[in-house]
Design a protein around this ligand. Sequence first.
Ligand code: SAM
Ligand code: SF4
Length: 331
Amino acid sequence: MTSLTLIDQFGRNVDYIRLSITDRCDFRCEYCMAEDMTFLPREQVLSLEEFVRLVRIFVGLGVSKVRITGGEPLVRKNAMWLFEEVGKLQGLKELVLTTNGSQLAQHALALKKAGVKRINISIDSLKSERFKKITRTGDLNKVLVGLQASINAGFEGIKINTVLMRGSNDDEAADLVKFAIDQKIDISFIEEMPLGEVNHSRESTFVSNVDTLKLLQSKYSLLPSTESTGGPARYWRVANTDTKIGFISPHSHNFCEACNRVRISCQGELFLCLGQDDKVELMPLLRANPNDDTPIIHAILDSMRIKPKGHDFDLSRAQPAVVRFMSHTGG
Ligand code: SAM
Ligand code: SF4
């Protein structure tokens, strides 16, 4: 058989998948979820075995990087089994994780052993009360203990992800960078995206990364870095430190021309773009063909024809750009 790769109609090579293994979470971050979320019944979510099968198929199609995310991936029962199985796949070069950190104290070492190379941990505030307000349920101290356990476990990279919101935590950018420098880890600022309906107007809380960069440049010596992940982040190195600052700016920069990724929701929907509705349902194919991967391979190859050119975020719209939450599609 000739080796198959995933190339879309614009010539972009998809070699990176992001898997949301659950829509559930122990936090309810204000920008990510509504206060009263309804989660999917278990039978509508792929089993861990189905996820491993899908990842194996994608790796056979040339995918070399997999990010496990959610919802909160580490609250899914037996999630560690999935990391161990995916970590064994030949051809996979990078297994990485995005987590809120609440369970890392127990799992950091096992994740490292399973082959996870890098971890992104979401921290939006270093003030306990504010952290509780933003996450609605989170305990900052638990997350910081989890971060320390991850540093001790010796991952190749640890990065903090921060979403700044006007009037909430937008005064903490410099403190968060100082914290990252002290911990010798990286940090990325993610602009709030209009995904799903939350309890505030996105326009009222939006903080542009252009402003955050200007503020940080007035406090730190930042050197532009050419580093690229084929994704939306632009990086700067903080002079004389081990820390890189990333800016993930769907609004200030259109990053779509170099897009190398697709997302798989916890229901097995293959989303071709975070900001568009184009998708292929893989769950029915997986369940109808338990012993034959061919129909699934064909569906994935065919999906490349509908990968859109780019997203279409507009904060001033009354309706969200897409109605599904980031926790459903996988951030
Ligand atoms: N629960 C894990 C966590 O919080 O890292 C993984 C899933 S979460 C959906 C992944 C990332 O998406 C987090 O860094 C979070 O801050 C970010 N995120 C969630 N909703 C967002 C939104 N509407 N706009 C921008 N970033 C968002
Ligand atoms: Fe949960 Fe992550 Fe969404 Fe916060 S951002 S509610 S931790 S999925």
